[in-house]
Design a protein around this ligand. Sequence first.
Ligand SMILES: *Cc1c(COP(=O)(O)O)cnc(C)c1O
Length: 237
Amino acid sequence: MGRELDCRMDYAKRICALAAAIERARGAAERTQPVRLLAVSKTRTAAEVQAAYRAGLEDFGENYVQEALAKMTALGDLNVAWHFIGAIQSNKTRDIARHFDWVHTVDRSRIASRLDAAAQRPLNLCIQVNIDAEPNKAGVAPADLPSLIAHVATLPRLRLRGLMAIPRPDANGRASFRRMRQLFNALAPHAGPHWDTLSMGMSADFETAIEEGATIVRIGTAIFGPRLPRPKTGCTP
Ligand SMILES: *Cc1c(COP(=O)(O)O)cnc(C)c1O
């Protein structure tokens, strides 16, 4: 985290506790790389994002494009780095490429091409890996990573940063995180000059993820509290 945390604010206490836990996990694993705390703000209000920003956070993750754009408009004067971490529909690639700084969930060539075509500045990108081979789950199979990386390397506006995964909830998370790290290392010689990111670990398992090499942890409930169901938009039957 680049900004100074203000630990006196009530709201910030959880964030400071988290930052301390992140540092402990880094220390225990003798990791030298910094770990970025990405605050997952899906379903949270612009005011909640602003409070977390005031407490010192600057990276925010959103899963739904429309919801995110509304918050960006409301918070336009804040120097936030916005990360898209949701499922990417092809009709949303333009908004994602133009309004976000990072995308963590690219898993097919066609989506990568569309993001590149719409981007007006370098877009930081992680490829999502279906690390536990779950049926119907987003993410590329490890065996298909080399060809997707080769394709992304041809796209000039995409800055390929690394890999992202969400292990199966009932799996041994540590083993899945470790396999991610091994993939990350094995692919490094083919991935270009910006390859430095492993986006893995959430509220329940971020310490394990850091011990196994995470460089970005994506944390929602441990910062903002339990999520309420998303308000319904559009037509309901
Ligand atoms: C919601 C979400 C998170 C945060 O989950 P928490 O358990 O609330 O920390 C992280 N990553 C992705 C992709 C998410 O959708």
